[in-house]
Write a protein that binds this ligand. Structure first.
Ligand SMILES: [Fe+2]
Ligand SMILES: [Fe+2]
Length: 233
């Protein structure tokens, strides 16, 4: 396996590794700034690959923030490996993620974020959105880079295979097809539709993102609001 690094928005680097066993991409997003931020650590067993890809952009030891949406091995499995090589690094996630998951799991305490809390990482400001059960997990949250309007959307709009790093064409159709195809799989029903789903997605659309950074699939550049509202139809 090897990781491909693509700058998908100014100073936002997509680190993509296609995993042949799963036949999907695992994408992390590195934001280069005074306090570098990494969204998702990737699997523990893929740490060396991710570390090498990060090293092509910044010195990995200078990583400051490690964000993730929800507690799963592809999102934060290599967290302790990262904490081991980056002395200033601290996990950032939802209060639930910090209290219920990381208090026991992480080698150093996380910084819990409130819904809608913002924090500066240098020239850029990130906004945290608590999004329980979107894409899935009680602890779920998402990060939004406000300057260039990049939404790091975790498993939302998942589509399989090893597609192009960036696209300006439809990702919603691909995501829909993958959910329909997935219903026959033992991994079906991964994205619940709860009483909060509709309002959460409307709220994400209201951010008017210009880039949707998908954890599994191509990054979308274009009218992110329209894409998210299309998903709701
Ligand atoms: Fe997930
Ligand atoms: Fe994922």
């Amino acid at each position: 396996m090897e990781s491909k690094v693509t700058e998908v928005a100014p100073d936002v680097y997509r680190i993509s590794t296609f995993h042949p066993d799963y036949q999907i991409q695992f994408n992390q997003f590195l934001i280069k700034d005074d306090e570098p931020f990494l969204m998702h650590t990737g699997f523990r067993r893929m740490f060396e690959l991710t570390r090498a890809a990060v090293a092509s952009v910044i010195d990995p030891a200078t990583l400051r923030w490690i964000g993730f949406s929800h507690f799963e091995p592809d999102e934060c499995g290599a967290l302790n490996e990262w904490l081991g090589i980056a002395p200033q690094a601290q996990p950032v996630c939802s209060f639930v993620g910090s209290t219920v998951m990381l208090n026991d799991f992480a080698d150093r305490p996380a910084r819990p974020l409130n819904d809608n809390e913002t924090f500066e990482i240098g020239r850029r400001r990130l906004r945290f959105l608590a999004t329980p059960h979107v894409p899935h997990g009680w602890d779920a949250g998402l990060f939004f880079e406000e300057t260039d309007r990049t939404l790091l959307c975790s498993d939302l709009f998942f589509h399989p295979g090893d597609p192009e790093p960036m696209t300006e064409s439809d990702i919603i159709g691909r995501a829909r097809e993958s959910i329909i195809a997935g219903q026959k799989s033992p991994l079906a029903k991964d994205m619940p539709y709860t009483p909060y789903t509709h309002t959460t997605l409307q709220r994400l659309a209201g951010l008017e993102p210009q880039t949707l950074g998908l954890m599994h699939g191509s990054t979308y550049r274009g009218d992110g609001q329209k894409a998210i509202l299309d998903w709701l139809r």
